[in-house]
Design a protein around this ligand. Structure first.
Ligand SMILES: Nc1ncnc2c1ncn2[C@@H]1O[C@H](COP(=O)(O)OP(=O)(O)O)[C@@H](O)[C@H]1O
Ligand SMILES: Nc1ccn([C@H]2C[C@H](O)[C@@H](COP(=O)(O)O)O2)c(=O)n1
Length: 282
């Protein structure tokens, strides 16, 4: 087999795996969000109908998650090492809440490769690789079937793009072409797939506190993260969720100050529990 046919064969297999992962999570139904349409059709038919609906009508139809019902989806957002996983651990003890951490273990090991580690070693070369995989795995998380009345998940496909891809690009570590490809993927996803988020809980920290917690956690890949990186991520989060000057915010935001020690954080989580369970920020 020639090098090129072997390469094309591998590309086709990889594409088929990604396609089946996403397609498997979808209901193969189309909905126009306001008026759900309960018609079964194949993936290909769905695409055809999406295309025709777009040319004939002004409203947009989107693919929906398997068995999508009225469960609440709460995304926990915050800087690296701000305490998101610790927050989820606390709420995992509450009945009626399903918690879902970020798929970091996948980002550290995809078929024996470590795109997270590679990205920190050489962001210009591997930023696209990591962020493409983050986008896929986060989409997979968003589309997975919810098994409790409330889902709390760590971060979202939105912060992956608005914070981390944006940071790589703005800091000059992601080439224009990589940013353009990732942006088109992202825009396609949010235009065509319904990704409901009911509330964003923003754990607001100072970069200095995150730096201390990062050092304490001591994840191998993150040893070279400088303070400036956490400051840049912090600023992007503030502009998105507090100042609301950068990107569209997909849900109301509940801000929890998160520089405090663990006992105080737990008190704050308990004080905010009702709001969170109702998906409200006030
Ligand atoms: N309120 C807190 N005070 C002190 N240390 C904390 C607090 N919350 C979390 N940590 C510690 O900080 C590190 C990062 O927390 P983690 O929950 O993993 O953050 P994230 O998931 O946001 O990256 C961990 O070692 C954790 O034990
Ligand atoms: N889109 C993303 C999301 C996360 N990361 C990095 C940042 C951390 O090193 C790690 C996990 O984040 P944490 O849960 O500890 O805040 O993954 C990234 O580079 N891109």
């Amino acid at each position: 087999m020639s090098f090129s046919s072997c390469y094309i064969g591998r590309f086709r297999r990889t594409f088929a795996q990604i396609h089946s992962t996403i397609a498997g999570r979808l209901n193969r139904q189309i909905s126009d969000c306001q008026k759900p349409v309960h018609r079964k059709c194949t993936w290909m038919n769905t695409q055809a109908r999406l295309l025709s609906s777009r040319t004939q009508h002004s409203y947009r139809r989107k693919l929906v998650r398997n068995g999508e019902k009225k469960q609440l989806v709460i995304c926990i957002e915050g800087n690296i090492a701000s305490g998101k996983t610790t927050c989820l651990e606390h709420f995992s003890k509450t009945s009626d809440i399903e918690v879902m951490t970020e798929p970091v273990s996948k980002w550290r090991n995809v078929q024996g490769h470590n795109p997270l580690g590679l990205m920190y070693q050489d962001p210009s070369r591997w930023g696209l690789t990591l962020q493409t995989y983050v986008q896929l795995t986060m989409l997979d998380r968003h589309l997975s079937t919810i098994t409790a009345p409330v889902r709390m998940m760590e971060r979202s496909i939105y912060s992956a793009k608005y914070i981390f891809v944006e940071n790589l690009y703005r800091s000059g570590k992601m080439p224009d072409v990589d940013f353009a490809v990732l942006s088109e993927w992202f825009e396609w996803i949010i235009r065509n797939i319904h990704i409901p988020v009911d509330l964003i809980v923003y754990l607001q920290t100072t970069p200095q506190i995150c730096y201390e917690r990062l050092k304490e956690r001591c994840r191998e890949e993150e040893k070279m993260i400088p303070m400036e990186y956490l400051e840049a991520v912090h600023q992007l989060y503030e502009d998105w969720l507090i100042n609301k000057t950068s990107f569209k915010v997909p849900a109301p935001v509940l801000v929890i100050p998160a520089d405090h020690d663990l006992p105080k954080m737990i008190r704050q989580y308990e004080e905010n529990k009702e709001k969170i369970l109702l998906g409200r920020n006030a």
